[in-house]
Design a protein around this ligand. Structure first.
Ligand code: FAD
Length: 388
């Protein structure tokens, strides 16, 4: 049994702690704030396999299969529901692009199909069908509750012996050659250190700072924090917009009915480079922009009250694909998840835990695609399909 330190108590860190403990490893998990306080508790709940490249489609196909069994495995209600994702085309060129994406997704077993606007209206009763020509519809996509999911993983991780520490910030490492030998952390103002056999950097937007603490260049894995925001309406009758609905050509605007209370969560691709890593201030330009598009997608939303607006980070690499893999002999990274870290977590956590514990994984994760050294080599991948 080896001792693995995980830095970052978001969904990736917590789920990996659980998977490592399942494999019999000793785990110490550090979160500088409270669990979920980074991007995880600010996300839009969405889970989809509708990507536009093989690596992300195959990873997400597997992730959705894990999501389907997660409630049973963890023994908690996480409100995972396969209510689908519906992308909407506004031009003939976009319909053709949808057809190409659907062919690729079908090739890897993702059952997306092209639907007409009559069917779209049956699925989303408040949809304004008039501007749209066709939809790409995958009923197996869905959503889950990020709070319940993280706490379910955390509960089971602790039960399996994970030493999970909140309000405990990692501040440095001891390193001999290419091996990290100890993690230094601060808790209640006191700095201590713990000997470790392996370390996972799961700090997402903060990951470059952790790499620097390990003696690597801060921009070796260039992850930049962009502020993304959401608004949520008062609860509406269930069944109005259960799937995530998105016309990508409308600045990636989307709506999705919250699986818990029925409020409509609305997003749009208005992003700001975060001024600092605690820049969570919501902005008025976002509020105006998002409501313009949301009410064009679903006109009845004009009459719904907005009850919340909040901001979080898309932690983005230059190709919007995460960095997943090994950086030093025993120092690993899974970070830079843009708008996809919640949905990918069950698959990435399993893959990362198996890599650390056994040196290989049965998860269909294309290690080369997500290689953290690809930026240094100047080998960017095609951009991952990001919305919002
Ligand atoms: P985080 O949740 O950010 O966790 C990293 C943690 O590391 C933080 O809690 C931080 O405090 C901690 N940390 C940092 N430095 C240290 C240190 N020195 N010591 C200890 N701890 C440290 N994804 C989806 O899949 N579906 C969606 O629908 C979706 N919608 C989104 C909507 C919005 C508005 C936003 C902002 C994001 C959305 N995302 C979505 C993205 C998703 O939220 C993230 O990709 C995911 O939560 C990343 O998880 P993580 O564990 O990697 O990072």
């Amino acid at each position: 049994m080896s001792k693995v330190a995980i830095i970052g108590g978001g969904i990736i860190g917590v789920a990996t702690a659980y998977e490592l403990a399942k494999l019999g490893e000793e785990v110490i998990l550090f979160e500088k704030n409270y669990f979920g306080s980074g991007s995880t508790f600010r996300c839009a709940t969405g889970i989809r396999a509708q990507f536009t490249d093989e690596a992300n489609i195959r990873l997400m196909k597997y992730a959705v299969e894990r999501w389907e069994k997660l409630e049973e495995e963890l023994g908690f209600d996480i409100n995972f529901r396969q209510t689908g994702y519906l992308f909407l085309a506004t031009s003939e060129e976009e319909v053709e692009a949808f057809k190409n994406n659907i062919r690729l997704q079908n090739k890897f077993g993702v059952p997306t199909r092209l639907i007409d606007m009559d069917e779209a209206k049956e699925i989303v009763p408040i949809l304004n069908t008039e501007p749209f020509l066709a939809g790409a519809w995958n009923p197996k996509d869905g959503k889950a509750n990020p709070f319940k999911t993280l706490f379910a993983y955390l509960f089971r991780a602790k039960e399996l012996g994970v030493d999970a520490r909140e309000h405990t910030e990692v501040v440095g490492f001891e390193r001999e050659g290419d091996v990290i030998t100890a993690v230094k952390f601060r808790s209640n103002g006191k700095v201590e250190s713990v000997k470790v056999d392996a370390v996972l950097n799961a700090a997402n937007a903060w990951a470059p700072l952790i790499n620097e603490m390990a003696g690597l260049k801060r921009d070796l894995v260039p992850i930049t924090a962009y502020k993304h925001q959401l608004v949520k309406t008062e609860p509406l009758e269930r069944g109005q917009a259960e799937p995530l609905v998105c016309p990508p050509s409308w600045n990636d605007a989307y709506i999705i009915q919250d699986g818990e209370d029925g409020g409509i969560i609305c997003g749009v691709g208005i992003e700001h480079r975060a001024k600092s890593l605690d820049d969570y201030e919501p902005t008025y330009d976002f509020l105006r922009g998002v409501l313009r598009y949301a009410t064009m997608i679903a006109p009845p939303l004009r009459y719904a009250h907005i009850v919340r607006q909040w901001a979080g980070f898309y932690a983005k690499t230059p190709d919007k694909n995460p960095a997943i893999g090994k950086l030093l002999d025993n120092f690993y990274i899974a970070a830079g998840f843009s708008g996809h870290g919640f949905m990918m977590a069950p698959a990435v956590a399993q893959a990362m835990a198996e890599l650390i514990a056994k040196g290989r994984s049965k998860v269909p994760l294309d290690w080369d695609w997500y290689d953290p050294y690809r930026f240094e080599r100047g080998e960017l991948r095609s951009s991952a399909f990001q919305i919002g």
